[in-house]
Design a protein around this ligand. Sequence first.
Ligand SMILES: *[C@@H]1O[C@H](CO)[C@@H](O)[C@H](O)[C@H]1NC(C)=O
Ligand SMILES: *[C@@H]1O[C@H](CO)[C@@H](O)[C@H](O)[C@H]1NC(C)=O
Ligand SMILES: *[C@@H]1O[C@H](CO)[C@@H](O)[C@H](O)[C@H]1NC(C)=O
Ligand SMILES: *[C@@H]1O[C@H](CO)[C@@H](O)[C@H](O)[C@H]1NC(C)=O
Length: 510
Amino acid sequence: MKAIVTATVFVLFWFTCVSDGKRNVLVLLGDDVGFQFGCYGNQKIRSPHVDALAKRSLLFKNGFTSVSSCSPSRSVVLTGLPVHQNGQYGLAHDVHHFQSFDEVQSLPLILASHGIRTGLIGKKHVKPDTVYKFEVEVTEEEYSINQVGRNITFMKEHVRDFLEASRNDTRPFMLYIGIHDIHRCDTGGKLGDFCEKFGDGTSPGTGVIPDWKPEVYTPEDVEVPYFLPDTPATRQDLANMYKTYSRFDQGVGLFLRELENAGFADDTLVLFTSDNGIPFPLAKTNLYDPGQGEPFMISSPYQRDTWGKTTELMASTMDILPTILDWFQIQYPKYSLNGQAVQLTGKSLLKALAPNPGPAFDLVFSSHVFHEVTMYYPMRVIRTMGMKLIHNLNYRAPYPMATDLYLNPTFLDILNRTESGETLPWITTLDKYYFRDEWQLFNLTSDPYEQMNMADAPEYHDVITSMQTTLNAWLVETDDTWRCLPAGELEGNTCYPLYNGGKKGMGRNK
Ligand SMILES: *[C@@H]1O[C@H](CO)[C@@H](O)[C@H](O)[C@H]1NC(C)=O
Ligand SMILES: *[C@@H]1O[C@H](CO)[C@@H](O)[C@H](O)[C@H]1NC(C)=O
Ligand SMILES: *[C@@H]1O[C@H](CO)[C@@H](O)[C@H](O)[C@H]1NC(C)=O
Ligand SMILES: *[C@@H]1O[C@H](CO)[C@@H](O)[C@H](O)[C@H]1NC(C)=O
């Protein structure tokens, strides 16, 4: 009897604690951040704070972005809809001028309508303001991007203010921190190619960031990833990037300490990922694995049995909104965009924290339209654990270069060596980089570096047909205006043939 009473009291006590705790969310989003962390197997980098977060998280070995470009990717994080559906086709700023449809129901709007306090500290880079409206915003729209996105002391102070105010507020919160590191800076500028001199305390005239203890690397001291040429220029470029990773890493540590100090560590779900691949060829703006793959962690204070574990399950940035709504037990609103009812096609990652998460974790989709306004290169992608299919709609044009991917030591070295006929120890060539097949099918088991296109191989006929069918169904479900291209014209819900010489059409004209 006594034992039963004790157990009952214990259960009640436990239940009360858990249900009394407000449920909050912290999103930590890196900028062009890749897998350069100890917890992702990098032996050279020193990343104690991100590694510590991994010890309190479930780490996805197969995390992916929905689109490998800044504003588009952030729009997917905040809407749960692919870019071809939410309208943020390319970058939001300056001459690029892309923005989501006015009717889009974004995460901060949905949360606000359910009494949740929302904050954005750091890089925002999505438009329009009416769609992406947070209650508290400390962004590049008001401050210099380096202060708000790279000065971790400045950011920490604003995180502290937000959390302090939340302590006095009965509402739960979602805080989204957009760290601007490790994005590139002006090539050859005073701050260094990766802004690695900004506030490092030793480079004259660059100021001090009191909370940053820079970690400095030599060119011998880096791991050259398989998709980059192992040359002195690349190694120096990577060494500079690693130094900036130390500011990113220490920022993550600072912000998590603020969460703890404010008393929220035990009721806050932490999501950690990045917008797109590292700023190098084959990665950022590309949907080969170095561009599509992202570090991805989820830390739930209520599922501590998952802490420190890794999983093969596939996660996408498109899953972040469904995960947060699930966490707060909020239904996605009913509404239409361009005449079609909108439904989410991502899944809640909270299911990955429980047994038998199901088949939704066996594949991800990606969709790219633009990066910069001149960079029209729409791609649609389906990736499973073993296979990847890329549809390049504008395959007749050369693959376009982003300004920051062009003016940097690694790419200039590639250009120079190609031009002068010097050896270039690269897994591809400039020519292959620029000119791509319409359909690219890779067997990631036998060909993890995505070198051999099997799209026309007879033994892959059934595989490609089945992947095209699944991809096409998703494009219809998400109302993709591009879905008949390049060989067909969409009229109503039908693809009509154009007879423009498009290669076969591969069954997409049905
Ligand atoms: C929170 O409330 C306390 C007590 O009323 C007050 O002293 C403090 O200034 C408030 N803090 C903020 C950030 O509003
Ligand atoms: C970073 O922010 C802190 C706090 O606002 C400030 O004191 C410091 O000068 C800033 N550092 C740089 C390099 O701007
Ligand atoms: C590439 O060549 C240009 C022109 O000769 C030169 O200025 C530049 O330093 C070279 N860059 C690299 C990374 O080799
Ligand atoms: C991919 O390659 C692996 C290893 O060679 C092979 O076992 C597998 O059957 C291939 N996949 C397909 C779909 O053919």
